[in-house]
Write a protein that binds this ligand. Structure first.
Ligand SMILES: Nc1nc2c(ncn2[C@@H]2O[C@H](COP(=O)(O)OP(=O)(O)OP(=O)(O)O)[C@@H](O)[C@H]2O)c(=O)[nH]1
Length: 374
């Protein structure tokens, strides 16, 4: 942008100089400032570590050059005002607008310096040649301004989308953030109320996770949480939505799923979580307690739905952990308390989730329907 604007501005200066009898130094200054300076400025900014700062310094030099051009154009009003206006507009486009006073001072210094050096006679009216020479500058500047605004708007829109996506994901566990999950749960409950879907949710809480942190440290705790997130995601079907509900608590929405099928999903999750291993601490084992609640028309809010699942989770914890319970209101349907999963040694790796097992019938064998009704 600087290269094109300076070249176009230099054309106006050249047209003005052509009507005078300037010495070679003035010609040289006009050509260097119009053609060479933008490239010098670019090299200067691109080689500096803090290119924004370097560009601010370049902006001061731009101001000085524009100041020098005004006497070279014999203070002719039309080109002088155009050059200054375009220089000001450029500072807006480039976001370098914080140095108005310094840049203004540099422009005044440029005017003073060149007035003394060239001792030109002011000529307020621009000749026809000078007026015509202004056209490329106006044209180039308008096109570049429109192009750079469009580029900035597009970049901003792209960044906004990225920010939105980032805001939806919990950075540690890579499942959805609590807020986003909550929105999805609200929609799922609405769908349930309308009769379009039957939805269930799981609340998964890692057992004694505090001990993991206390024994192995928070870094290992984080590593385990990361694996938990991955494992849960791998265990789910494409319609299911996992979110991080709290520190070591996860929530899963099972769309179009009744309690029994949600229990099967929970069982898969629980078994796979039990297989997580940490390379540096092969003895580390984790287990999870899971509460399952099917949506009901009685639930007027997601909070009530979650409370139902939480109450099932509480029962699972109270019953000894490492198990799955359904909400109390549905105790006539099978609440599940699976046997502890077999611990199969994993190949050494960081906290690595095993590949998810298929929801095979074998898993179902570990359900204990009789446990429910108490
Ligand atoms: N490393 C790590 N720990 C976390 C994070 N968020 C929460 N925690 C820890 O997770 C633990 C949760 O403990 P609690 O839910 O109170 O209890 P618990 O030890 O899991 O025991 P039960 O839930 O009763 O089985 C606390 O020690 C928190 O400090 C996290 O992002 N990283």
């Amino acid at each position: 942008m600087r290269a094109s604007n300076m070249a176009a501005g230099g054309l106006v200066v050249t047209a003005s100089l052509a009507e005078q009898v300037p010495d070679m130094a003035l010609w040289a200054f006009a050509l260097i400032s119009a053609l060479a300076w933008p490239h010098i400025a670019y090299l200067h900014a691109s080689r500096k570590k803090d290119s924004y700062r370097a560009e601010q310094a370049n902006g001061l030099m731009d101001g000085f050059i524009v100041g020098c051009w005004i006497p070279l154009m014999q203070f002719s009003l039309l080109p002088s005002i155009c050059v200054v206006a375009i220089s000001v507009a450029d500072r807006f486009y480039t976001g370098l607008r914080k140095r108005w006073i310094k840049t203004g001072c540099m422009t005044l210094m440029g005017i003073a310096f060149m007035s003394v050096y060239s001792s030109v006679q002011p000529q307020w009216n621009a000749s026809l040649l000078v007026q015509f020479s202004l056209l490329p500058m106006i044209l180039v500047h308008s096109v570049f301004a429109a192009w750079s605004s469009r580029r900035m708007v597009r970049a901003l829109a792209k960044q906004n989308v990225q920010l939105q996506v980032l805001g939806r994901i919990d950075p540690l566990t890579t499942v959805y953030s609590r807020e986003y999950w909550w929105q999805k749960a609200r929609t799922a409950l609405r769908q349930h109320h309308s009769g379009a879907e039957i939805n269930s949710l799981l609340i998964i809480d890692i057992d004694h996770f505090k001990q993991v942190n206390d024994t192995y440290g928070h870094t290992v705790g984080d590593e385990v949480l990361q694996s938990i997130g991955l494992t849960i995601r791998h265990c789910l079907r494409s319609n299911d939505i996992a979110g991080r509900y709290g520190g070591d608590e996860f929530a899963v929405l099972c769309r179009n799923t009744r309690t029994d099928d949600a229990c099967a999903v929970a069982l898969r999750v629980r078994d796979q979580l039990a297989m997580i291993r940490v390379r540096e601490h092969p003895q580390l084992r984790i287990s999870a307690s899971i509460g399952v609640a099917e949506a009901s028309t009685e639930f007027t809010s997601v909070k009530q739905w979650i409370e139902a699942a939480d109450s099932a989770l509480y029962d699972a914890k109270a019953a000894g952990r490492d198990r799955i319970h359904t909400e109390p209101a549905r105790r006539n349907s099978p609440a599940t308390i699976p046997m502890p999963a077999e611990s199969t040694a994993l190949p050494p790796s960081h906290a690595t989730p095993h590949a998810p097992r298929e929801p095979a019938g074998d898993d179902q064998r570990t359900l204990r329907p009789t446990h429910v009704a108490d």
